[in-house]
Write a new protein. Structure first.
Length: 310
């Protein structure tokens, strides 16, 4: 009898495991009416051509959970306008998103200004639109320290522990490296140690909790976190700022179909005109989206050249 019971339990477990495996294979197309967006898993892009659904990526400027929460409604609205399902693509690094764009494996992305400037020159990455935030079309890099730190400038961070976000980040790496180059220094000669947090919110957290002495972060992200009363953001202060740069843009890959590019641009330029769109943009802290010129990113290219030569 015991043996029979064990056999029944074993068979039930096998059935359950098989059922879970089968369920895990279901995609966003499995429902009778396809979902416009699926945030429960990252879209597969490695071996699939970019066709359907619309694949939209957001560079790792904030942690995955924060990014999903911030962009969920906007991406869903884009899908509704195009009457297409949307796959949300996330990768741990800027470089991985850049690679997907370069190989036309995603249709649209929200990227760092540095990724756009260098990607445009490297493989023809295309500028679609930029956000206007508090009436501004520019942002900068903030050098931050803990609120209770005695340090008051970038110079005071000499021989201290410093955190960058990513080697491909403009505000989180290139801009502060340029500030050092103007002093005839490099991160390796100026700081006692250098670490990379991966995202701006993690860098802010590291400074607030004294894991490092200072960091370079995106002013937009720091301001948004302060607005949201984030404890880490409230426990840091800015000691120096970089020059202004063109806003982190919305971009499309070089191989995008012209009609899809135009449809996407039309959506972004008109989002603020509907009540739903206005609500979504308000939550993101965006006034509206507008067109931009490639020349707005020339300052980044010039900084990169100086850093290379230095």
């Amino acid at each position: 009898m015991k043996k029979c019971t064990y056999v029944i339990v074993f068979l039930a477990l096998i059935a359950l495991i098989y059922g879970l495996f089968w369920f895990s294979r279901v995609t966003i197309f499995s429902s009778e009416k396809p979902l416009h967006i699926n945030f429960s898993r990252s879209a597969q892009t490695d071996n699939e051509p970019v066709e359907d659904p619309l694949r939209i990526a957001v560079s790792a400027m904030t942690s995955p959970q924060t990014t999903e929460a911030l962009y969920r409604d906007l991406l869903e609205l884009i899908g509704e306008h195009l009457d297409k399902p949307v796959a949300f693509v996330q990768r741990p690094t800027y470089e991985e998103i850049d690679d997907l764009l370069k190989n036309n494996r995603i249709d649209l992305a929200f990227v760092c200004s540095g990724s756009y400037a260098l990607g445009h020159d490297d493989y023809g990455l295309q500028l679609l639109a930029i956000p206007i935030i508090k009436g501004q079309r520019v942002y900068h890099s903030d050098i931050i320290v803990a609120k209770d730190s005695p340090l008051t400038s970038l110079e005071a961070l000499r021989d201290k522990r410093f955190t960058f976000t990513s080697k491909s980040s403009n505000s989180g790496c290139l801009a502060p490296t340029f500030l050092l180059a103007q002093r005839q220094e490099t991160p390796q000669t100026f700081f006692a140690s250098v670490t990379y947090s991966g995202t701006h919110d993690k860098a802010i957290h590291a400074v607030a909790h004294h894991i490092c002495d200072g960091a370079a972060v995106d002013s937009l992200i720091l301001n948004h976190m302060v607005k949201e009363q984030d404890p880490s953001a409230l426990n840091v202060r800015v000691v120096e700022c970089s020059q202004n740069f063109g806003m982190p843009p919305v971009v499309v890959p070089p191989g995008i179909a012209p009609q899809l590019k135009q449809d996407l641009r039309d959506i972004f330029l008109s989002i603020h005109q509907s009540e739903q769109g206005r609500f979504i943009l308000d939550n993101l802290g965006i006034d509206f989206f507008t067109l931009a010129n490639d020349s707005e990113y020339d300052g980044i290219r010039e900084m990169a050249q100086v850093c290379i030569e230095h």
